[in-house]
Design a protein around this ligand. Structure first.
Ligand SMILES: [Zn+2]
Length: 231
């Protein structure tokens, strides 16, 4: 039997979540203060910090996964080009989906401690947000914001200011594609990451109506090492 604290790790319990009207998002209650502060720091530097994605439930992640596995939602390769999923083996399908989408139960967005951010000051209302690396570099609309954010996050090591946010997917380690926009609130997220064990995840997935379930469970050790554990 999975208790509520374990359900919380899997995106199955919402009791610790609160609305943040100023950012139109739902997060773990422990994020309200540090995220408000980060938003104010961004504003004083001339940016409008916006949240594209925050808490996501297990059910929502399951729908994304199943739609991709069924070919109802595009599965992209490293270059961002849609793959013909029917040409892939079951194993290759699983790993192609994992490149861009978390396994249900294993998304850091389940915890309410992780957010995808962008800068609303350099785009107009018609801008179609993509959340691509190109947007965050060079001539991309969020490049300046991300240079500022990098400096801001580097201040973690200073004595007088601790934003306590970091980028868990800053680099490509051959698992999840780089996501510089994805921020994690370390004091809570690190604790949750420690508690999300392989047996707990396996237990939940075994009782879930998950597409490609047999293949996922067969390779769950490798998936856990490559896509879920973050050092
Ligand atoms: Zn994210």
């Amino acid at each position: 039997m999975i208790d509520w604290t374990e359900r919380l790790l899997l995106g199955l319990d919402e009791r610790e979540l609160v609305e943040m009207p100023s950012l139109s998002c739902r997060v773990h209650q422990g994020l309200v203060e540090p995220l408000t502060f980060l938003q104010q720091r961004a504003a004083s530097a001339g940016f409008i910090l916006k949240v594209a994605s925050s808490y996501r439930s297990f059910e929502r992640q399951l729908l994304i996964w199943n739609n991709k596995a069924r070919g109802l939602r595009p599965v992209l390769n490293d270059a961002g080009v849609a793959l013909d999923i029917n040409l892939l083996s079951a194993r290759d399908k699983v790993f192609a989906i994992l490149r861009w989408s978390a396994l249900p139960g294993a998304s850091r967005h389940h915890w309410g401690t992780d957010i995808d951010v962008y800068d609303g000051s350099r785009i107009d209302d018609n801008y179609q947000l993509q959340l691509t690396v190109e947007e965050t570099q060079g001539n991309g609309p969020f490049a300046e914001f991300h240079y500022w954010l990098s400096d801001e996050l580097a201040m973690c090591s200073s004595d007088f200011y601790h934003p306590d946010f970091y980028r868990p997917y800053a680099q490509d380690r051959g698992g999840i594609a780089p996501e510089p926009w994805h921020l994690s609130y370390a004091p809570l997220a690190n604790a949750f990451a420690q508690q999300l064990t392989l047996p707990l995840l396996r237990q939940q997935l075994e009782q879930t109506d998950l597409e490609l379930k047999h293949t996922v469970l067969e390779h769950l050790d490798e998936i856990y090492q490559r896509f879920i554990r973050v050092e």
